[in-house]
Write a protein that binds this ligand. Sequence first.
Ligand code: FRU
Length: 519
Amino acid sequence: MKLFHTVLTTVCLASAISLYNVPVGAQPTIPYTEPWRPQFHFTPERNWMNDPNGMVFYEGEYHLFYQYNPFGDKWGHMSWGHAVSPDLVHWKHLPLALAEENGVMIFSGSAVVDWNNTSGFGRDGKPPMIAIYTGHYTGKPLQNQQIAYSNDRGRTWTKFAGNPVLDIGEKDFRDPKVFWREPTKRWVMVVSWPVHRKVRFYSSPNLKNWTHLSDFGPGGSTSGIWECPDLFPVKIEGRRNAEKWALIVNVGSGAPAGGSGCQYFLGDFDGKQFTPVKSSKSPTGETLWADWGRDFYAAVSWSDIPKQDGRRLWLGWMSNWEYAQDVPTSPWRSAMTVARELTLRQTPGGLRLVQQPVKELRSLRGPVTRSSFKSLTQGASETVSASGDLLDINADIKASRDAVFTLKLRSGATESNDLRFDIQSRQMRLDRKNSGKVDFHPKFPGSYSAPVRLVDGRLKLRILADNSSLEIFANDGEAALTSLFIPNSASRLIELHVERGSIARADFEMWPLKSIWKQ
Ligand code: FRU
């Protein structure tokens, strides 16, 4: 039986690998025109995808690896898919990077460039790329940390013969994120201990031998398991050389919109221990959320972004574990968000993580259309016709303090995504109950709210609309809300309805976006 299974797996793997063995730099082999196929978000050609993994920049390429099932459109046979981009916008599919093998699935993890060849895997004076991932054993209750290396810009990978490199004999122990810390000349790993609601920190001189440093948690949101952590310094806007460390902890359930979501802690990291900023509410800090929508999970950041660039960049998996396997797209399932730049901003509520789409995305914009409305009072309705389904929208709304108004996005004859603002209660709420197909899972329809405020009497919005997703950024990225929708028909209008109070002025700028999959 066991032998049969091994033979079957080997045969399947061999055929899957040859299926994916497209030449480097190849464009997709299918047209990417299926219903709901995202046009400016990353999706695999076919089959199941979840977390982004191993994001690293090396020799002019942004690498994106991802949790991938080469054999089907539901979770299983987890392996690392692979794509590269010159600009964080256009992606080229590459062959499967790390395949499930000998009863070990390749779970989430990170990748680094080992500039000083601490691992000894470098060749011909060139640094190796090292992937650090979780080995998930299918035949026994065990997860441990393993490494693989590449000497050809990530095109082929060799699993280290001495794996695992870190094993504490636990069933749930996963998603290592590794970075180099120059002052101590050591690698630091942050890895999750999901059921304990802890992350653990380890240190290594060579990526092969790891020493335990400390643990953080439980704290913040603890109702769901802790997965996919990250730890990095982020610049504080408007203050030269000021930064704080962000500890990212994705939670499997219990996020504000329900199900899986991305929480973070702000604090300091001294090379051994993470100390959260003190809060009157809790010794481990306040519970903070990176995104208020239903569809932002497993977000982790890129390694090795060059110093002269200096940005902290990340993206997330644009789905939710509650219904991800039932989203009715085919032959692929799941997309990533756009790449986003992270900063910290001092707000009246305290220091907050701020996210904005990377500036490179503007290269997809076609000619702008502008519309302005003035003196809208209770009961007023205005409509803006969009120039397509793929849109980048800026809105600048000067509203009264008691204003309540709704922006109906991707609105058609029978459906829309309703984004309602209540300025007094400092809230925006996205309702997708009537957004199209919602009955594929009872947990898909719903409405989700995020905090917003007026800054100098104005509310600024940036909205990215793709064929089946909305990413909404309020006040230059202070609140992000990411949400899928599955429209039944063309729905191209944006409507503005004033329910209470008044809008002195509303200015819209709208750009049609080009598809990244067409030349
Ligand atoms: C998060 C996660 C990770 C794990 C991976 C498996 O979505 O559960 O913790 O490594 O997915 O695919």
